[in-house]
Design a protein around this ligand. Structure first.
Ligand SMILES: Cc1ncc(COP(=O)(O)O)c(C=O)c1O
Length: 384
């Protein structure tokens, strides 16, 4: 076996991208301005929605969205147990209660039935997460929500940009969808995100909520040299994305579907080599386009930590996406949750790890990862 070093992720932004920063330096405001507006128009067109707002992270965008929806103390928001902690933390941050639900054992996505079983009179929203890049069925989720109670659907699109479910992109059936442009995401500017919606009224509240609740942003306050007073009717946070970061996005959005072809080929190659072994893979539904953001594998609780160690020794970057959120001490202490309450998320979370998948990955790098998986990791696995 040829030994090499394979990072978990390597971005594809070439040094030439610094020319975009130089362009921003020529403008008077380095913060949110004309470049961000261009990106927002680009996002609206890509997703076929009326409105888009750039934010400085998924997390801050979600806090702003929950504030804009007037969700707070006394309210409940349904979230998956199998997700990154941010999905639940934002609910805590606005003072509402995250109500966890388990996931489908094959896809690891939440389902309409699981959501239905968790709805109470206090439920104000549900946050389905398109885990690893595979979309949940948002249309089916919408159909099971009670007609006499307003429950907003907030899509967590941190793992997806390019995905489709039955031909539909995120944003079509939900109230609002939120993306992350964090360092390892399929579209990235280091830290960042975006909110999209077709709801005019909600969007008005969101654009204020991302800027302290102010009625006018910096570029608008100083338009034409004349100062304009602003007001504040609702509480907001600070979540706007500066043009200094937004400038990295237009080219990536234009070419994201080209990179998806490469991601898909890498993922298919992993699948071809791993199917039939004791390494478990999440299943994909029919009629989807998968964003192939992450490539998680299941090795089982008895082998997982040994496998992480062995991958580290083989110089292969690996991580865990994710241990179940209600198993975190904060949530266990606050809500007296037992591990057995979310058995599928718990078991997957204790037995999973993610392997490298990024568009710049070479054939030699992927072959090395596959060699290590087949020769070192698979033999560690008991029957799972
Ligand atoms: C499912 C999910 N939701 C939310 C987030 C938070 O995104 P951000 O880092 O942009 O706040 C992440 C980040 O990795 C995530 O994986």
């Amino acid at each position: 076996m040829v030994h090499m070093q394979v990072p978990f992720y390597r971005h594809s932004l070439a040094p030439e991208n610094s020319k975009y920063v130089a362009k921003v330096l020529e403008t008077p405001f380095l913060t949110s301005g004309p470049i961000g507006k261009e990106v927002e128009a680009q996002l609206s067109e890509y997703f076929g929605v009326k409105h888009a707002k750039l934010v400085n992270s998924w997390t801050n965008g979600a806090v702003a969205t929950l504030l804009a929806l007037d969700i707070g103390p006394g309210d409940e928001v349904i979230v998956p147990a199998m997700t990154f902690i941010a999905t639940a933390n934002v609910v805590e941050l606005v003072g509402a209660k995250p109500v966890f639900i388990d996931c489908d054992p094959d896809t690891l996505l939440i389902t309409p039935e699981l959501i239905k079983s968790a709805i109470t009179k206090k439920t104000k929203a549900v946050i389905p997460v398109h885990m690893y890049g595979q979309m949940c069925d948002i249309k089916a989720i919408k159909e099971i929500l009670p007609k006499d109670q307003k429950i907003s659907i907030i899509e967590d699109c941190a793992h997806t940009f390019e995905a489709k479910f039955n031909g539909d992109r995120p944003g079509k059936y939900s109230d609002v969808s939120i993306f992350s442009f964090y360092a390892t995401k399929n579209v990235t500017c280091g830290e960042g995100g975006a909110i999209i919606t077709n709801d005019e009224k909600l969007f008005e509240r969101i654009i204020q909520a991302v800027l302290h609740g102010m009625s006018a942003g910096a570029a608008d306050r100083f338009k034409a040299g004349q100062y304009k007073h602003w007001g504040m009717d609702h509480l907001g946070t600070k979540a706007n994305l500066p043009d200094l970061l937004a400038c990295f996005l237009p080219d990536q959005i234009r070419t994201v579907d080209e990179r998806l072809v490469i991601r898909e080929a890498l993922a298919k190659n992993y699948e071809t080599n791993l199917i039939g072994t004791r390494i478990k893979l999440p299943k994909s539904s029919k009629n989807i386009v998968h964003s192939r953001h992450l490539f998680p594998i299941g090795v089982g609780p008895s082998a997982r930590d040994k496998a992480l160690l062995s991958l580290g020794e083989s110089n292969i970057g690996a991580t865990v996406n994710y241990r179940s959120v209600p198993s975190m001490k904060f949530y266990q202490n606050k809500y007296s949750l037992g591990a057995s309450e979310f058995p599928i998320s718990q078991a997957w979370g204790e037995g999973t790890l993610s392997i490298p998948l990024f568009p710049g990955m070479t054939d030699a790098e992927q072959n090395y990862v596959i060699d290590v998986l087949l020769n070192k990791i698979e033999p560690m696995i008991g029957d799972i």
